[in-house]
Design a protein around this ligand. Sequence first.
Ligand code: NAD
Ligand code: ZN
Length: 342
Amino acid sequence: MFALVKSKAEKGLWMEKVPVPEIGHNDVLVKINKTSICGTDVHIYNWDTWSQKTIPIPLIIGHEFVGEIAEIGNNVRGLKIGERVSGEGHLVCGVCRNCLAGKRHLCKDTKGVGVNRNGAFAEYLAIPATNVWRCSPDIEDDILSCFDPLGNAVHTALSFDLIGEDVLITGAGPIGIMAAAICKHVGARHVVVTDINEFRLQLAKKMGATMVVNTKEQKLSEVIQQLGMKEGFDVGFEMSGNPQAFSEMVNNMYHGGKIAMLGIQQPNTIIDWDKVVFGCLTIKGIYGREMFETWYKMTTMLQSGLDISSVITHRFDIRDYEKGFEAMNSGMSGKIVLDWSK
Ligand code: NAD
Ligand code: ZN
């Protein structure tokens, strides 16, 4: 089969012919139909310091996918060949305290598809049957190929009560803008999204943000006045990984406000602890998706009118994958879907 392989310790990815993966008794083989590109894939493509420390070479990368079941392991029950599936890219140990308690997203030994083991940018992917998500027939492939990052947005956004609340999202990347759509869908009042990239702020608007703010040009304190909010934001979702954005969030929260952190901060990020302690802020870390409650909510919210279609800005045949990575690197994109079906 063909696969996109990180086969050299330098910038780039290479389309190579490799063996179809063998499945174990508890696995399924998925024939990939569409994949989408994650920021993580771009880090690996660019071969940044994180990738150099993390990625074994050679590795088939990619973890956002939809396809159909081509083969089923002997022990697998309840799945059929030909079923359309996406899947959870976090593989958990199954035996730690949290796994045993059914809180698999809190497993301390999580391994990543396309990061620690071969991934989905290939004609076929082998994964444990327990990681498979059976897709609803009314949701289209392009959207399903984005279920992994949509799940990050859903997991984060549904962390706190949002009904009638004023929400600040820092970072209008694909996940931030999907979170904006979710907040509006579940009944938030004002959903303000910040970024320093105009293209992305315009996408956030398309996705339903009530206001977008380029923080190079406008202060959040002015926005709070303008929107007639009393003291600050009730809920904050940090989705930029930028220390400046995080600090702006902490400085503009209502006393008793709640923050969920998805963006990955630098280890030396400074935080004004007085704002946290005396402002009685709650800060919650978010990793991945809840298995599989988040996947259930993604499906049912899409079925009840959540529209994230504007997040997909580019579609390419897999042969043109270089164009996809170029668009991601330009910053002028939302999600990019790669088609393996032809
Ligand atoms: P992304 O990099 O596409 O988007 C981040 C956005 O933040 C960009 O549009 C960038 O212009 C913006 N930004 C930069 N500086 C800013 C500033 N000062 N103020 C406001 N915005 C600023 O990322 P994404 O794919 O949407 O993911 C969002 C974040 O979540 C990233 O940090 C990513 O690494 C992280 N992430 C975490 C998990 C997890 O499980 N915790 C999973 C996926 C992604
Ligand atoms: Zn575990």
